[in-house]
Design a binder for this molecule. Structure first.
Ligand SMILES: [Fe+2]
Length: 312
């Protein structure tokens, strides 16, 4: 079966793939497509220890992980992995079971055709937020927007397929849908305008993207993914809610129950995907009030928190 999910952002949101009701059912015959912002090829120099650890973890899972690129990838490194033909299209092989689906390619999987066009404009770093030159090539790369050649390559491949595919996988939305869901907060660019053209000229069963960090059916057959892991062809409304949206934020004071007592503390760190051993709800590190220099920290489940506290 083919499954899809939204941004994993390296070792931050990949934790959504830890054992849960969807991933525990997945087998050797399954594929999981991440719709951009994979984020495990991120350090600007080399594969660092944390990247290696999670790539190894992914490679050990039963399913095969496939990803479109987003805007949070280190493109020079991503493009340096060996290129190979795979199921009718080109991939970069990161690990034998972790493959980057290259831009403009069409893959045939389980009798379904999948057109992939990664890339999107960053809204949190780089020129959009006036970052200095120093971020270029370290935390932001101009290749996040596909080149004219990559766009043309995609159109050529689509034309060869009679402008008809089963699924489209991208990181961002076509301009008109982005406008509809973000209401002017994200400016159109070459990537969204290109997708707008595809949206009107290519016949498809379902389109999946990431980028916006929530789960939403923007249209009957256009779905934005973040926390959900969906079977291809399904909508957000057909799926169960998953972890990933903590109610409380870092720095907030909260009233909570702990071993029969009610306590107040400050959220130091939210864990949206649970802890390494418990993945049934978000967890928090909560710092207790104390005269000590090193204040005690307790691990608290979201369901232990009664409410935000006005007393600090
Ligand atoms: Fe993202």
């Amino acid at each position: 079966m083919i499954y899809l999910t939204g941004d994993t952002h390296g070792y931050i949101d990949i934790r959504k793939l830890l054992k849960n009701t969807v991933t525990e059912q997945m087998t050797e015959n399954d594929y999981l497509i991440i719709c951009g912002d994979f984020g495990l090829i991120w350090n600007f120099k080399r594969e660092i220890r944390k990247e290696k650890k999670w790539l190894k973890w992914l490679n050990k899972q039963k399913w095969t992980t496939l990803f479109a690129d987003g805007n949070h990838e280190c493109f020079p490194r991503l493009n340096s992995y060996p290129e190979k033909e795979w199921h009718g299209g080109k991939v970069h092989e990161i690990r034998p079971k972790v493959l980057h689906l290259m831009r403009g390619e069409i893959f045939e999987l389980e009798g379904k055709s999948i057109f992939v066009m990664g890339g999107a404009a960053s809204h949190d770093r780089g020129p959009a937020v006036g970052d200095t030159e120093q971020v270029i090539g370290r935390f932001w790369w101009p290749e996040e927007i596909p080149s004219a050649e990559e766009h043309a390559h995609g159109l050529e491949n689509l034309a060869k397929h009679g402008n008809k595919v089963n699924y489209i996988v991208t990181h961002c939305l076509p301009t008109s849908l982005q406008e509809l869901v973000k209401k002017g907060k994200y400016a159109p660019d070459a990537a969204t305008d290109y997708l707008e053209k595809i949206y009107h000229t290519v016949e498809f069963d379902h389109w999946y993207c990431g980028h916006y960090h929530y789960d939403l059916d923007a249209e009957k057959n256009v779905t934005i993914l973040f926390t959900r892991i969906l079977e291809a062809g399904k909508n957000v409304r057909d799926s169960a809610m998953m972890l990933g949206v903590p109610k409380y934020r870092r720095g907030e004071a909260v009233l909570f129950r702990n071993n029969g007592d009610e306590m107040i503390g400050i959220v130091k760190e939210p864990y949206p995907w649970g802890t390494l051993t418990k993945h049934d709800e978000p967890y928090y590190d909560i710092e207790l009030f104390s005269e000590e220099k090193k204040k005690p920290v307790v691990k608290v489940r979201e369901s232990q928190i009664i409410e935000k506290s006005l007393i600090r």
